[in-house]
Design a protein around this ligand. Structure first.
Ligand SMILES: Nc1nc2c(ncn2[C@@H]2O[C@H](COP(=O)(O)OP(=O)(O)O)[C@@H](O)[C@H]2O)c(=O)[nH]1
Ligand SMILES: [Mg+2]
Length: 253
């Protein structure tokens, strides 16, 4: 991929079997933020998502594909996107699901918020005033709600939606966020990166969004992913307290 000369923002779309939604999502991103470049990180989706992206890339210089040889997890896909954003000199890198759950039309406001407040991370948040979730069964809602509360308490985090996957990062704030330090494979990756930035004293803001459950394809969420998040958050929280001391009072260490 090559950055278009005026593109400041790289939108990273991780995909695994999103043939039913990827066309519409790329179109919506291109309309919402025409100045941004788009990188789809596809893990050899059996349903041919990668080929669809190649068709876009062939006719639109803003769109490119990173093809990986197999399913390696959401966190690893985003780390690959972050590395590209650093190498190519973008100012902001965006995380957004490829299943249509996140509305690209929110991106302008999120990027403007980051600019106006010199924020390092703007999170599209479901769990602040004005945020919502549409069409989620109560089980998913309960997992997200209680997972966020648990992580908030254990990690002493001030972030209301630390598991959210709709984000704008300032690329310079991601210095050192790579395979060497990030341990999570699944969605816990979102908790880990946000917490790393929070502990580093980075400025983090939340912007209310409506999360709309996918209309096609299948969620890759499964019990193992929830279990990973649970044990990792617990381990981080315990370790943080053991190191604790004076830092514990401020929630930073
Ligand atoms: N490249 C890549 N993308 C993934 C992987 N797992 C999930 N995704 C993508 O991550 C986004 C969120 O996944 P999804 O299954 O919708 O999770 P949910 O919204 O929590 O149910 C979607 O765009 C998926 O295609 C993976 O292993 N590799
Ligand atoms: Mg989804």
């Amino acid at each position: 991929m090559t950055r278009r000369p005026d593109a400041d923002v790289l939108v990273v779309l991780p995909t695994y079997d999103e043939a039913g939604s990827i066309r519409a999502v790329i179109d919506r991103v291109r309309i919402a933020v025409p100045a941004a470049d788009v990188l789809v990180v596809d893990d050899a989706s059996p349903d041919g998502t990668g080929r669809i992206v190649d068709e876009f890339a062939a006719v639109d210089p803003a769109v490119s594909a990173l093809h990986r040889d197999g399913k390696r997890g959401l966190g690893s896909a985003y780390l690959a996107g972050f590395a590209r954003a650093r190498e190519q000199g973008y100012r902001f890198v965006v995380e957004i699901d490829a299943d249509g759950s996140h509305d690209p039309a929110e991106l302008l406001a999120m990027i403007a918020l980051a600019e106006a407040h010199a924020a390092d991370l703007v999170i599209g948040s479901r769990w602040i005033e004005g945020g919502s979730v549409v069409n989620w069964p109560w089980v998913r809602r309960a997992i997200s709600r209680s997972g966020n509360r648990y992580a908030g308490r254990l990690l002493r985090s001030g972030i209301a939606d630390i598991t959210a996957g709709f984000r704008v990062y300032r690329v310079t704030a991601l210095e050192g966020v790579d395979e060497a330090v990030v341990s999570s494979h699944g969605y816990c990756f979102q908790v880990e990166t946000a917490w790393m930035l929070e502990r580093a004293g980075r400025r983090i803001l939340e912007h209310p969004i409506a999360f709309v459950e996918r209309a096609s394809g299948r969620s890759k969420m499964h019990a193992g992913i929830v279990a990973e998040a649970l044990w990792r958050v617990t381990a981080w929280g315990v370790r943080d307290r053991l190191r604790g001391g004076a830092d514990a009072a401020t929630g930073r260490s």
